[in-house]
Design a protein around this ligand. Structure first.
Ligand code: TXA
Ligand code: MG
Length: 326
């Protein structure tokens, strides 16, 4: 198990910073999910992230920065679309992909000539990043602190369960957003949505002042955008409300390791069950913890009721669709 730091908040930040400066891995809370951090300026430390996660070396990492000024040290250019998004949504759960400054954060970028930059709003992440910046660190490379392809962690305990003692964990409580940041590629002629988060398309387009394109074949590689990702151990079946009702009738009364995660449909007798919140933000907040809980309770199959069609559900729908594709 990874070690969760204790002591006063200031002592924890100090210990985390020492470890990072020494090239160690420190998981840290953000408003979305926990990140597995390393000093983005130390390629050797960053390679430790890929090793710990079991992540292919050509899948680029996001670099977290304290503010927009710190982002400038990593970017060759900040295109106008990126600038508008940073002004509108930073600090907060949105990542921009911009051209990378040559020679910096090479390992973190996974060989790409672009870099993903994110300025988190979480107070513990902010305190850590500001301390890191004062210490002269460029920023913190940080993918979600889970093994490759698994469900992202939203508590320090989730992180501790994924890694061994090569990783320290800074505990900032449960993540208030719960699904990963919105990612927008601003490195090409027109902005492209690579991964939906909790911002709606309308909010993003209002900030951009231009249409947001969908991913196409030319979009850079992003494992978060692989079809099968974010999967619990149990098999996830995503079903419309009607199909789910029928499935429940056919399934009958036999208790078994089937779990139900639904808003409007009630479980059959003996089923593991958890109600999905009616509110999209609340559903996002608990989604990954719910999937992990079903795994822990021994579910082999999780039947999930499809979220409603509204745009505020895009992020949750995306993660469930990927979990079901695994
Ligand atoms: O909310 C989040 O974004 C969390 C927290 C910790 O900040 N981080 C996160 O990182 O979700 P990760 O690595 O699990 O997902 C980031 C996604 C990956 O799919 C990665 O391939 C993509 O962003 N990405 C990173 N840099 C990129 C780049 N230069 N071009 C294209 N995709 C990139
Ligand atoms: Mg991830």
């Amino acid at each position: 198990m990874a070690r969760i730091l204790d002591g006063t908040p200031a002592a924890q930040i100090a210990e985390a910073l020492e470890a990072l400066a020494a090239g160690r891995l420190v998981a840290f809370p953000t408003e979305t999910v926990y990140g597995l951090g390393a000093d983005a300026g130390q390629d050797e430390a960053v390679r430790g992230i890929f090793a710990a996660k079991g992540r292919p070396a050509d899948h680029p990492l996001i670099v977290h920065v304290a503010n927009a000024e710190a982002a400038l040290a990593l970017a060759r250019a900040v295109p106008p679309a990126a600038r508008r998004l940073m002004d509108a949504f930073w600090p907060g759960p949105l990542t921009v992909i911009v051209p990378r400054r040559e020679g910096v954060a090479t390992a973190a970028a996974g060989g790409q000539d672009t870099i993903g930059l994110r300025c988190p709003a979480h107070p513990v992440a902010q305190a850590l990043l500001q301390a890191a910046s004062r210490r002269g660190l460029l920023g913190l490379a940080g993918p979600s602190a889970n093994r490759f392809g698994r469900v992202s962690p939203t508590t320090a305990a989730h992180v501790a369960a994924e890694f061994g003692d090569e990783v320290l964990v800074l505990d900032g409580g449960p993540c208030p957003v719960g699904i990963e940041s919105t990612i927008i590629d601003c490195s090409r002629a027109r902005p492209v949505l690579l991964r939906p988060g909790t911002h709606t398309r309308a909010q993003i387009e209002a900030a951009l002042g231009e249409p947001l394109l969908d991913r196409d074949a030319q979009a850079p590689r992003a494992p978060g955008t692989l079809k099968a990702h974010y999967a619990p151990r149990a098999v996830v079946r995503l079903m419309s409300t009607d199909v789910l009702r029928t499935a429940l009738q056919v399934w009958g009364q036999t208790p078994g390791p089937v779990a139900l995660y639904a808003r409007t449909v009630r479980p059959a007798k003996g089923m593991l069950y958890r109600a999905m919140p009616d509110d999209a933000a609340a559903a996002a907040r608990e989604l990954f913890a719910a999937l992990r809980e079903f795994d822990e309770r021994g579910a082999r199959i999780i039947w999930v009721e499809s979220p409603p069609p509204g745009p505020e559900w895009d992020g949750v729908r995306d993660r469930l669709t990927r979990a079901a594709a695994a």
